[in-house]
Design a protein around this ligand. Structure first.
Ligand code: BG6
Length: 255
């Protein structure tokens, strides 16, 4: 029976990979929407996949979110220094400190026996403040590292849920809805075709940076994230997706 399940999952992985036309798909059993423990399995699978590609002297970019939090939690403590630098992909984003990208970057950096840099930029400040922040040497150096990320590990959200989590005002919600936003990643909202329709005002990774990253690993599960996953897959064809059966089955229904 276990063998059947393993065969079933690898078939599903192949199907989703072909539907989404991306580099690689890894699926864990279950549906995160119904069972929160499934997110932990996505975290563990992400760790396993990371180990298969990790080299010395790399820069790893991370975002925030619950899925990224579980990934960070499941990492064992490395004993040997590999000269790894971990940076948050974007500054700010959200009020919950525990699941912010800065916190995740610090945890992952420490656990991998490497170093980390933080990006302390508040959300939704004006353009002038943003520009002067970007010219601060410390922030500027971090931004340079972000532009040179070798491996990005990032969460993917349903746009409505992310707008709500970030306390977007009604006007903003109407705007992104009218533009057809379905998915969100690193502070960018995308429509069904993978076009950026809105961006939170903070600094960090851009869509252009994202497209040129060698190893981008999107981690997201739960059937309600299916549309968001489809949207992000359109942005980057060499994406690696780590998801669950709930999202995978829903993706099959949708495309
Ligand atoms: C956020 C990331 O912190 O987490 C987003 O910045 C991502 O890019 C989101 O979409 C996903 O969160 P979760 O909690 O569903 O894993």
């Amino acid at each position: 029976e276990l063998m059947d399940e393993v065969m079933g999952i690898s078939h599903l992985e192949e199907q989703i990979k072909q539907k989404l036309k991306i580099k690689k798909v890894i699926i864990v059993p279950g549906n995160s929407d119904d069972n929160k423990a499934v997110i932990k399995d996505i975290g563990k699978s992400t760790y396993k996949y990371l180990m298969s590609i990790l080299k010395d002297n790399v820069i790893i970019g991370v975002t925030g979110g619950n899925t990224m939090f579980e990934f960070a939690q499941c990492l064992p403590e490395f004993k040997k220094e590999k000269n790894i630098l971990v940076v948050p992909a974007r500054g700010g984003l959200g009020r919950e400190v525990e699941i912010q990208s800065n916190t995740i970057a610090a945890t992952v950096g420490k656990k991998l026996c490497g170093s980390y840099r933080l990006l302390h930029v508040p959300d939704n400040v004006g353009k002038d403040i943003m520009e002067s922040l970007m010219s601060e040497p410390d922030i500027n150096t971090t931004l340079e590292y972000i532009k040179n990320v070798n491996i990005l590990i990032f969460g993917i959200g349903k746009s409505e849920d992310m707008a709500e989590r970030r306390k977007m005002d009604l006007e903003g919600i109407r705007l992104i809805n009218s533009r057809g936003a379905v998915g969100e990643a690193f502070g960018h909202y995308f429509n069904r075709n993978g076009e950026k329709v809105y961006e939170t005002s903070t600094i960090g990774i851009t869509v252009e940076d994202f497209k040129s990253i060698e190893n981008a690993i999107g981690i997201a599960g739960g059937s309600k994230k299916a549309e968001a996953i489809i949207a992000i897959s359109k942005v980057k064809k060499d994406l690696v997706l780590i998801t669950d059966q709930g999202a995978a089955n829903k993706i099959l229904e949708l495309i």
